[in-house]
Design a protein around this ligand. Structure first.
Ligand SMILES: Cc1ncc(COP(=O)(O)O)c(C=O)c1O
Length: 360
């Protein structure tokens, strides 16, 4: 057969979305399955967002504002930065892709810790860039010393995922300070802070406040998690104006949709509710962590809305055993399982499934 696509993409693993709850419930013959696999916050859209989206939808025959002016202004005001430093996109994953497109030519290197966000190698390969994966420490966090040592003159972009997906581990200020000081000024460092709102440890720096003014730092955030807009697709970044302007040139035109812009604006007005929900999630995170440790699983401390079970070769069996009890979790073979924190009831169902799975 004639080859129509790039041969180097054949070996690339596909992004694995969380399994569909309705399918699993049907398969098991139960009323409801639970999905704790995609790091969503479980409390539904924020107040006023559905109404704002419904209103905006009346204009769906028109293109959205390509400059995303109102939303960029609102984000700029919230963070105390100039609006020309803000870029929005169809989820932060799309912006991660755009950042690689804006920095890398084929053969250049994109570095990240591994395991980390599973989209990074896919994004690098899409741009024809080489992925440099630096193994996590034994404590499941970024090995910043090894990452600094792995920088070459081909390195163009480094993702630092803080807190790290899927392990939940977080980097503290002194180690980040040291690492950033070691990165050459012509290498872009993307601080991917998708879970920033869930961080409770005051020693974990806010990347924007602490490092946001540096020329080679980009802070990447999303409204998919704490802000309840995963299905709307709205992510944003804050960079220096020159970097932001270049990113804006290559971002897919109109990719922050009309309804996503309206949803994000309405959500930003609900900060107190976001804080309240995050507190519920982080309290549950601590409870679930404790309960799993009692089951003798060596859970690293998480600063996100999920926990990491480093089950090694038990990963597949554990994931399947949870699914057979109606709980969808996310297995990363052969390293471990990531479980999103749900409502207290969902977490109880998961903990019962986990206990049974480990006993089996
Ligand atoms: C670390 C990290 N970055 C980025 C994303 C992408 O989020 P979104 O594209 O929904 O904004 C995710 C989603 O799981 C993530 O875990």
């Amino acid at each position: 057969m004639t080859r129509l696509t790039r041969a180097d993409l054949d070996a690339l693993p596909a992004y694995v979305p969380g399994r569909n709850v309705a399918d699993l419930a049907r398969e098991l013959g139960i009323a409801e399955a639970i999905k704790l696999a995609s790091n969503e916050v479980p409390y539904g859209p924020l107040p006023g967002v559905v109404e704002a989206v419904t209103e905006a939808a009346r204009e769906m025959h028109r293109y959205p504002d390509m400059g995303v002016l109102r939303l960029r202004d609102a984000l700029a005001e919230r963070f105390g930065v100039a609006a020309d430093r803000v870029v929005t996109g169809c989820g932060s994953v799309a912006l991660a892709e755009t950042l690689v497109k804006a920095t890398c030519l084929p053969g250049d290197e994109v570095m990240f810790s591994w395991r980390s966000f599973e989209a990074y190698p896919i994004i690098a390969a899409g741009a024809g860039a080489a992925s440099v994966r630096v193994p996590n420490t034994a404590a499941h966090g970024h090995d910043l010393t090894a990452m600094a040592a792995a920088i070459t003159d081909r390195t163009r972009l480094i993702f630092v995922c803080n807190p790290n997906n899927p392990t939940g581990t977080a980097l503290r200020r002194p180690e980040l300070d040291r690492f950033l000081a070691a990165v050459p000024s012509d290498v872009l460092v993307v601080l991917d802070e998708a879970y920033r709102e869930l961080v409770t440890d005051p020693t974990v720096p806010d990347g924007l406040e602490t490092y946001g003014d540096r020329a080679n730092i980009v802070v990447l955030r999303t409204m998919s998690k704490a802000w309840g807009l995963a299905g709307m697709r709205m992510g944003y970044l804050v960079a220096q104006p020159e970097v932001a302007a270049t990113v804006r040139k290559v971002v897919t035109p109109f990719s922050t949709s009309l309804v996503a812009q309206a949803a994000a604006l309405a959500a930003l007005a609900q900060e107190q509710e976001v804080v309240r929900r995050c507190a519920l999630v982080t309290a549950e995170r601590e409870r679930v962590t404790e309960a799993l440790r009692k089951l003798s699983i060596d859970i690293p401390d998480s600063q996100a809305n999920f926990v990491w079970l480093p089950l090694g070769d038990r990963t597949a069996a554990f994931t399947a055993a949870c699914e057979s009890r109606g709980v969808i979790v996310r297995g990363f073979h052969p390293d471990g399982v990531r479980v999103t924190i749900g409502t207290p009831e969902e977490n109880d169902t998961f903990l019962a499934a986990a206990e049974a799975a480990l006993a089996a």
